[in-house]
Ligand binder design. Sequence first.
Ligand SMILES: *Cc1c(COP(=O)(O)O)cnc(C)c1O
Length: 411
Amino acid sequence: MATINDNYLKLKAGYLFPEIARRVNTFAQANPEAEIIKLGIGDVTEPLPQACCDAMKKAVEEMGDRATFKGYGPEQGYLWLREKIAAHDFQARGCAIDATEIFISDGSKCDTGNILDIFGKDNKIAVTDPVYPVYVDTNVMAGHTGSVNEKGEYEGLVYLPITAENNFTAPLPSEKVDLIYLCFPNNPTGATATKEDLKAWVDYAKANGSIILFDAAYESFITDPNLPHSIYEIEGAKDCAIEFRSFSKNAGFTGTRCALTVVPKSLTGKAADGSDVELWKLWNRRQSTKFNGVSYIVQRGAEAVYSEPGQKQVKELIGFYLENAKIIREKLTQAGLTVYGGVNAPYVWVKTPNGLSSWDFFDKLLQNCNVVGTPGSGFGAAGEGYFRISAFNSRENVESAMKRITEKFKV
Ligand SMILES: *Cc1c(COP(=O)(O)O)cnc(C)c1O
């Protein structure tokens, strides 16, 4: 009889988004005339930049012509794309990242999960709380945790609370941890990390032989010139950090799929015999074996992000969502709510008023204003008492939702 990976049975049932859908459906059935506006989802709404569409159309034509047709590409991605990324995203910011240290993939979600393939089973793992659920669930699946408690915390993981009390900066753990997931600008809180914040982490990692898994999916939303876009802007990070980036949120590739992971050649981990092994070699081996590269067409689309029109169009796209975030911040503040984030990130993190729980606030917003957001408690125990509003929507929807909240929401 075939047995299963029992670790999957430890996973909390997909609770957050199904529960949101259940409550919205119940409300919609009881109030068929209500026009519900959804500001809950972390998905982009605006179409692809024209430069990316043009490049992909051209690539489709090449694929249909015997003279320019391409079969399997390199598992690591085409060098022309990796070189553009290295130059624009890293070298231009003073980070000595080489094109060969960049691995193209079909998403950061998969990469942040797959990276666990190259690490041992006994690492002590730290995540922030609240957190992007993928980091936690992939560790559960890999058997790196015990069971879950009633607050949603898994035995064996180290949770680092990020709340208003610590200005949403991840505190260094009091114990020694081996792998640390950090995401800045942060999903869900919209918080950012300064160079000093990241330096503290790099120093900690170097002192403890830990590896930082740095998710920079939202770096393009950074408008403050003093904030770092990459962890490699911090001296020493090449010896202790892997960085994940994606074209999903900057160029609207959530449905097109292209991302990248940076594994510097100077990074090492310990083998069972005590020797130091280059992580780059392991990740290269892993990708070459289990992955066959991203479509040529999509990689040409991603390359167009770095063209002059592409850069301009991406900037406009980000500017559009950031203006939404600004409207959300201003209107919610006007409605008497305390808000965080939403300046260098597409998420506004709202403190629920009068000690309401995240779910009570969800229900109130749905009933009074017909607006849907995401309860903070769904991202972790320390998210209780908070609520995420996403700026990924049309201007019209954002404006109507905010009008309803300022007019009808009673704190
Ligand atoms: C959206 C998002 C990503 C991007 O994931 P893709 O698989 O590349 O679409 C990565 N990390 C976080 C925290 C995100 O919110």
